[in-house]
Design a protein around this ligand. Structure first.
Ligand code: RNT
Ligand code: ZN
Length: 418
């Protein structure tokens, strides 16, 4: 390791030790945290099951940066490249449309064997897998409704797809020896003000109950349900709102998935974690960055990212929180987007772990808000960067912006030939 990295690290360690922070322990803990890296950033949410499908469901990718993955092998190759530039061991999050098969198979007929290449690859790479049924970009979702559709046949198609997805997830969990988190998100909603808000919600509840009527060992699969406030084309009403899934998740023992972009523009998910985890065993996060709307920008080290990390660390909530990423920016190099967003998420956790949590809590308890503000602000310029550099180097990943040269080289040699 570069001597200057070590020297800076040792100096930083002393500063943190003065506040009772054991940096080595912090790094051991950090290395245990798995981020679920979403495969769909790699190809602008296209998938491989259906060719030339338009992205639907009220989500949108903007930009047409060249080189996106067009085959499962390319996507895996790109993920490997990204993972080699990110410290730690993580998970990859798949959507059903990423099935790797030559068969013509519809969503309701998917089976574990259509994902075997992913399982083999994950094993070889030492990765976990997470999963999502894809309830969009399909003719049967063309009018914006899936599990809450008023037509029973269409509803049944989506129920079958979701049931099939849980079986695939269970297979992932068994094969990889760690639970697969399966996230259920449906776009269902109305562009304009509905007359009957209740009926679609009743249907969604019934569909979900039917899907979850099959018991699966939580050792293999954990179900999560994701709410949303609005989407493109569902501006006025979304069936699966936050209140809907809060109620559903809490009464059915399902993990609630909070996506940072699925609330009012000034409503932050960081403030929700401690409440939800008081009543729920597990949580799933879709770490994302909404810019004015649910735009799914690449995660940066912004205030909300840091606040989410702090909440998880300060409340000791990390062991019950599954951290997934959910952004898709088609205007920049697809691999760089993964690397930037994932490194920022891990770096935010590190920053949060390098705060004197016990000291700050005590100061707050006794009402010394002056010291609270002073210390929190001073810690913002403590040398966490030196610890981060050391962590990257010790995990055999590039230090600071060195990873960018590798992405540029890969773009030249591999992506530009696509
Ligand atoms: C959509 C949800 C959902 C999707 C992915 C592709 O608003 O955030 O999580 O982004 O399933
Ligand atoms: Zn999401």
């Amino acid at each position: 390791m570069d001597q200057s990295i070590l020297t800076s690290y040792n100096e930083a360690k002393k500063l943190y030790a003065a506040h009772g922070i054991d940096v080595e322990k912090v790094l051991e803990r950090l290395a245990q945290i798995k981020i679920s890296i979403h495969c769909w950033q790699g190809d602008d949410v296209q998938g491989f099951l259906f060719k030339d499908k338009e992205l639907s469901g009220g989500i949108a990718v903007t930009g047409s940066y060249p080189g996106r993955a067009g085959t499962p092998d390319q996507l895996r190759q790109d993920l490997e490249k990204a993972l080699s530039l990110i410290p730690g061991k993580h998970k990859v999050n798949l959507h059903a449309i990423y099935a790797d098969t030559d068969e013509e198979v519809d969503l309701d007929e998917l089976e574990p064997r259509h994902f075997q290449s992913w399982v083999d690859w994950a094993k070889e790479q030492g990765l976990g897998l997470d999963f999502n049924p894809t309830c969009f970009s399909h003719p049967k979702a063309a009018d914006g409704f899936t599990l809450s559709h008023s037509d029973k046949e269409i509803r049944n198609f989506w129920i079958k797809h979701c049931k099939a997805s849980r079986i695939i997830a269970e297979h992932f969990g068994k094969e990889l020896g760690q639970p697969c988190v399966t996230n259920f998100w449906v776009p269902d909603g109305y562009k304009d003000t509905p007359v009957d808000r209740l009926a679609p919600r009743v249907r969604l509840k019934e569909s979900l109950d039917e899907i979850f009527s099959v018991e699966i060992d939580p050792l293999y699969n954990i179900d999560a349900v994701e709410s949303k406030l609005f989407g493109i084309g569902s501006e006025s009403y979304v069936v699966g709102s936050h209140e809907f899934y809060m109620g559903y998740g809490l009464t059915r023992g399902k993990a609630i998935c909070l996506d940072a972009g699925h609330f009012h523009p000034t409503e932050m998910i960081s403030n929700k974690l401690s409440s939800i985890l008081m009543f729920s065993e597990q949580l799933l996060l879709h770490v994302s960055r909404p810019v004015r709307w649910d735009s799914d920008h690449v995660v940066t080290m912004d205030d909300e990212m840091l606040e989410i990390a702090r909440e998880l660390v300060r409340g000791d909530l990390l062991s019950r929180t599954n951290m997934g990423l959910d952004f898709f920016d088609g205007s920049i190099n697809h691999i760089a987007a993964w690397v930037i967003g994932t490194r920022n998420t891990i770096k935010a956790l590190l920053r949060a772990m390098l705060e004197p949590v016990e000291e700050l809590k005590r100061i707050e308890r006794v009402g010394d808000y002056t010291s609270r503000l002073a210390l929190v602000e001073e810690f913002k310029s403590y040398p966490f960067g030196a610890v981060w550099d050391y962590y990257c180097a010790s995990q055999n990943t590039p230090v600071r912006e060195q990873w960018l040269a590798e992405v540029k080289r890969y773009e030249q040699e591999v992506l530009s030939a696509r």
